[in-house]
Design a protein around this ligand. Structure first.
Ligand code: PLP
Length: 386
């Protein structure tokens, strides 16, 4: 059976070039970069080389890059670290209702410790109103955290405008860029963000490694205390294989970004158009223009998304319902709920996310297989009258 992977927002395959550079660090190059002897010396330079490549991806200074284990760690580090480092200023955070759980649940957790959080609402397209943001800022607001792009809809938020508002108000600004790093050009100097979170496995590096941009001069305390690694901001012996792999993935992403965006974007558009043409009662969720080129969240009315997911899986096609991290839970996606979608739409929402390795044949196969499956499920629905 043909296997088609349309779930790149959940994770991506490791590229062979990335696997090749990490392999020696899983065998002969086993040293601890903090060790003074030959085994340590042999690997130390590779950490700094990877840091330079990570910095280049977002136009930062290498000294502003902290290696982490994943996007969730980065989000926790940014939010908890900045709040703990600025307790004298206040205990208020502004974020959005549609953040990934790595941000959303971190904020919920902090509420148990007397921090106050304002969750900005979104409109039917899943976008925030910048006037709401301005109104939410208080004297004791320490941090604004707004994701760069939403993992479920692909919506891209106006990060430059938000950072301007934050700057004028003297508030630190963090953005979770997990879904955009490696996909679109990022320039922290131009964006003027203070902290930015990246996860390696979303752009063809392995799981278990990511990085955090922390602008010079930002007051932040470490989430993980211990040794002096990562300028004392993230203790723990370095994940050498992961860090080297992440460096390579950053380099490849930078070199190939434009071509990849054109290719993957064309495939996504072809898939989206094909589905809308071939399957009646379908709606695209998210903003019509301000959306990531690889993501398509489509509601198939009169079906349960899980039923379609299972049937697509039986035909070798991997997609997701809502956020992959919450798959298995039957509650409707908090993002689609916040967008106030008709329940007929939110129940039948499927996310297709394309990326490295996808081909026109994958799209053609999906457009052959999908319409009859939707028809079959709808025939079983008491609400479907056609
Ligand atoms: N933030 C966003 C927007 C995500 O999509 C994800 C993962 O899906 C994360 C954070 C968490 O990243 P990780 O899986 O590396 O912890």
């Amino acid at each position: 059976m043909r296997k088609v992977y349309f779930d790149h927002n959940a994770t991506t395959p490791i590229r062979p070039e990335v696997q090749a550079v990490m392999a020696p660090f899983l065998s002969e190059k086993f040293g601890n970069p903090s060790s003074l002897h030959w085994a340590g010396r042999e690997v130390r330079a590779f950490v700094e080389e990877a840091r330079e490549k990570a910095a280049k991806l977002i136009n930062a200074d290498p000294s502003e890059i902290i290696f982490t284990s994943c996007g969730s760690e980065g989000d926790n580090m940014a939010i908890k670290g900045v709040l703990m480092g600025n307790l004298k200023k206040g205990k208020h955070v502004v974020t959005t209702i549609v953040e990934h759980p790595a941000v959303y649940n971190t904020c919920r957790f902090l509420e148990k410790f007397d921090f106050e959080v304002t969750y900005l609402p979104v409109d039917n397209y899943g976008m925030i109103d910048l006037d709401d943001l301005k109104k939410a800022i208080r004297k004791d607001t320490v941090l604004i955290s707004v994701m760069y792009a939403n993992n479920e809809t692909g919506n891209i938020f106006p990060i430059k405008e938000i950072s301007k508002i934050a700057k004028e108000a003297g508030v630190i600004f963090h953005t979770d860029a997990v879904q955009v790093a490696g996909k679109i050009p990022l320039d922290v100097k131009e964006l003027e963000v203070d902290l930015l979170t990246v996860s390696g496995h979303k752009f063809n590096a392995p799981k278990g490694v990511g990085f955090q941009y922390v602008r010079k001069g930002i007051d932040i305390l470490p989430l993980i205390s211990g040794g002096h690694q990562e300028r004392g901001l993230r203790a723990g012996t370095e994940n050498m294989a992961g860090i080297v792999a992440l460096g390579k993935a950053c380099e490849l992403a930078r070199e190939e970004m434009v071509v990849k965006a054109e290719k993957v974007g064309a495939l996504r558009d072809m898939l989206e158009r094909g589905i809308l043409e071939k399957v009646p009662d379908t709606v695209i969720n998210g903003h019509p223009e301000r959306r990531l080129y690889n993501t398509s969240n489509i509601s198939f009315k009169y079906i349960e998304a899980e039923a379609l997911l299972v049937m697509l899986d039986m035909n070798g096609i991997a997609v997701s319902t809502g956020s992959a991290c919450s798959s298995g839970a039957t509650e409707p996606s908090h993002v689609l709920t916040a967008m106030n979608l008709d329940p007929l739409c939110s129940r039948g929402a499927i996310r297709f996310s394309l990326g490295y390795g996808n081909t026109k044949e994958d799209v053609d196969y999906c457009l052959d297989v999908l319409p009859p499956l939707v028809e079959k499920i709808r025939k079983m629905s008491p609400f479907y009258k056609k």
